[in-house]
Each structure stands twice: as C-alpha cells, then as structure tokens.
Design a protein. Structure first.
Length: 102
C-alpha cells in the first residue's frame, strides 16, 4: 500500500475548501482516506492553511509521498519536511565483519 498525502475537495460549488489527508494512492481524490492532517481554504484573503505538524511528520517518516500541491502548501505553512533516514546497523566491535580462521 502506497500512502500519499494529498488534498481532497470539500465545500459547495464555487466555494471549495480542501482537507489535507493521508490516503492510499489507489483510491479516488474524494474517496476513502486514512487520516485528516489539516485544512486549506483558498477563499479567504490570505488563504488559510491549518496543519497538524506532528501528524504530517509522522506520515512522512513512515514513508508517505507528498503531492506537488501539498509540498508547496507545507512550504507556505512554514513546515520543511525531510524524511528521517534510518541509521545503518553498527558493525561488530573488535574485528572484521567476517571472522574466519586463517
């Protein structure tokens, strides 16, 4: 399952607002989602962006992909998302990786 953080459209005709959601990439834009992460209302001046930073960072660290629009909204919202890279396991102390009789 590939999780994507993207926008889903809400609101009335010509007065749309969006939810920032974590959803399976196979589901439609306005279909089923896993979790709501924030909202975006472009109708206000300036546009309102409300995000739950902890939830967004949690999903990105789990490997969720960001849509291009969400990347730009996060940048405008003041959040720089960089996935945490897992550290490589430490080598055994006191010898070569393969101990074999010589």
């Amino acid at each position: 399952m590939s999780v994507t953080i993207r926008l889903t459209r809400m609101g009335a005709k010509k007065k749309s607002f969006y939810r920032l959601v974590a959803a399976d990439s196979r589901f439609p834009r306005d279909g089923r989602f896993i979790e709501v992460l924030g909202t975006y209302n472009p109708n206000l001046n300036p546009p309102a962006i409300k995000l739950n930073r902890e939830k967004v960072e949690t999903w990105v660290n789990r490997g969720a992909h960001l849509s291009p629009t969400v990347k730009s909204l996060l940048k405008k919202g003041g959040i720089s998302i960089q996935p945490v890279k897992k550290a490589a396991p430490a080598a055994k102390a006191g010898g070569s990786p393969v101990d074999s009789p010589a």
